[in-house]
Design a protein around this ligand. Structure first.
Ligand code: SAM
Length: 246
């Protein structure tokens, strides 16, 4: 088999066809405790990172927003509050367990956001329909990130914005401490809370093989996104990339 068919699943090299299955296993396993784990692992910081992303979106009342890899729906909820009844938010995810959890959670809070199960590499919507497309902590798990980004660009209206919130490359002096936390502490928390340390080991590994800030910026430019910029959060533990379609 040629190397072209291999991709990363954390630090493992796997066949491209197997990555989707393995990522699905991770999210099937963690879905029910996903929100709790996010709060525990980040000490609640993920809420601030997401709030910052929404603040940078420029989304106003009446806007149409697409939440890609939206999972349990944190971003969909925040955007639904912003766009009001005049606007529309669509929650999407490849994983049925995460999506169902997200859809139900939004309904419980009084936001009946439509949910669509789909792969970000093949978005089932027409060209030029969304004011904003958001992908939060999802891109890292995708097999063909360039194809997914091209699809996100395709469905944006001219003038629309893409926001990608993702783990990135931490400021070098902090790397040893961050490595210790992510490779030693996080899998232990995962084991205690979800009885699944390997899924949280995958989380730590997948961050290391994901493009860094400049790498993701170049990837976005390579699919025709413009005016790409990024904001480092917590010394680059996370970065928010913002880009436009013109
Ligand atoms: N956006 C949510 C958040 O910020 O809390 C959930 C992020 S969760 C870490 C990653 C999500 O990406 C999972 O729900 C997973 O099912 C989804 N995902 C992975 N690969 C995908 C793909 N190719 N297309 C769409 N969603 C995908």
């Amino acid at each position: 088999m040629s190397n072209d068919n291999l991709t990363h699943f954390g630090f493992q090299e796997v066949n491209e066809g197997d990555k989707e299955k393995k990522v699905a296993e991770v999210f099937d396993s963690v879905a029910s405790r996903y929100d709790l784990m996010n709060d525990l692992m980040s000490a609640g910081l993920h809420r601030l990172w997401k709030r910052f992303a929404v603040a940078q979106s420029g989304v106003r009342k009446g806007a149409r927003v697409l939440d890609i890899a939206g999972g349990t729906g944190d971003l969909s909820l925040a955007f639904a509050k912003r766009v009001g009844v005049e606007g529309q938010v669509l929650l999407t995810d490849i994983n049925n367990a995460m999506l169902t959890h997200g859809r139900d959670r939004l309904l419980d809070r009084g936001y009946p956001v439509p949910a669509t199960q789909c792969n970000a590499e093949r978005i089932p919507f027409k060209n030029d329909v969304f004011d904003c497309v958001m992908v939060s902590f999802g891109l890292r798990n995708m097999t063909h990130k360039d194809a997914a980004l091209a699809e996100m660009r395709r469905v944006l209206k001219p003038g629309g914005r893409l926001l990608a919130l993702e783990f990135s490359r931490v400021w070098k002096p902090l790397a040893p401490l961050y490595d210790l936390y992510s490779f030693k502490v996080i899998p232990k928390i995962g084991q205690l809370v979800t009885h699944d340390a390997p899924s949280y080991r995958y989380l730590a590994e997948s961050i290391r093989v994901h493009p860094d800030q400049e790498g993701l910026k170049s990837l976005m430019e390579s699919v025709g996104l413009e005016k790409v910029e990024y904001f480092n959060l917590c010394f680059g533990v996370v970065a928010l990339h913002r880009a436009y379609k013109f």
